[in-house]
Design a protein around this ligand. Structure first.
Ligand SMILES: Cc1cc2nc3c(=O)[nH]c(=O)nc-3n(C[C@H](O)[C@H](O)[C@H](O)COP(=O)(O)O)c2cc1C
Length: 184
């Protein structure tokens, strides 16, 4: 698929998922193939720090859901990756997912793709959350297309954050222009 959305939230259709889906909807409306993956309910074990991925070029942990999602990431052109803000940073599930991509880092397997960072907070901390995600994207040499932060506490609250929605649509349009330069 061309545009892949990944939400690290344990709420399957929480605020992060909904904000990511605004970007995906803009792309889908323009005829671009999209896919959304929630890490909710997925088994993503932490990186062991064993370093064996340097030779193996893949994570040695095979008994969880990380590999299937990593394959999708390798298959995309644009990655829209987001997290709820937990203590001013990404949530643990997304951090585990990111840490495991060390196995893709050695050969810069994600290089050349484009990335967008998304974060939602109830009141504060989303700036650091998007910075952490930006650090992940930069380390893997994805071109950074921008960040989207939104505010909301209960599931769905973010859909009332007009500023965040407008910005998400704008970023979605940017992806459309990039992937479909002749689209109007
Ligand atoms: C463990 C935990 C830590 C949180 N830490 C913060 C925080 O530091 N700042 C903040 O504004 N909101 C914080 N929140 C609220 C969430 O960021 C907020 O509810 C967000 O909308 C959740 O997104 P989601 O629906 O995608 O999971 C925290 C929530 C939880 C469960």
């Amino acid at each position: 698929m061309k545009v892949l959305g990944i939400s690290g939230s344990m709420r399957k259709n929480g605020n992060t998922a909904q904000l990511i889906k605004v970007v995906l909807a803009q792309c889908k409306d323009a005829g671009i193939k999209t896919e959304f993956v929630s890490l909710a309910g997925k088994k993503i074990l932490p990186c062991l720090g064993c370093g064996k991925c340097k030779e193996k070029k893949w994570c040695v942990i095979e008994a969880d859901d990380w590999g299937g999602i990593a394959e999708k990431m390798l298959d995309c052109e644009v990655l829209v990756i987001g997290s709820p803000t937990y203590y001013y940073d990404v949530c643990g599930q997304l951090k585990n997912f990111i840490d495991r991509t060390y196995s893709l880092y050695h050969d810069r397997k994600l290089s050349g793709r484009k990335g967008i960072a998304v974060a939602v907070n109830a009141s504060k901390g989303a700036e650091r959350t998007v910075k952490t995600i930006e650090g992940f994207l930069n380390s893997h040499e994805l071109s950074f297309l921008g960040e989207i932060t939104g505010t909301g506490f209960e599931e769905g609250d973010v859909m009332r954050d007009e500023k965040a929605l407008a910005h998400a649509k704008k970023v979605g349009d940017k992806v459309v222009r990039l992937l479909m330069p002749h689209h109007d």
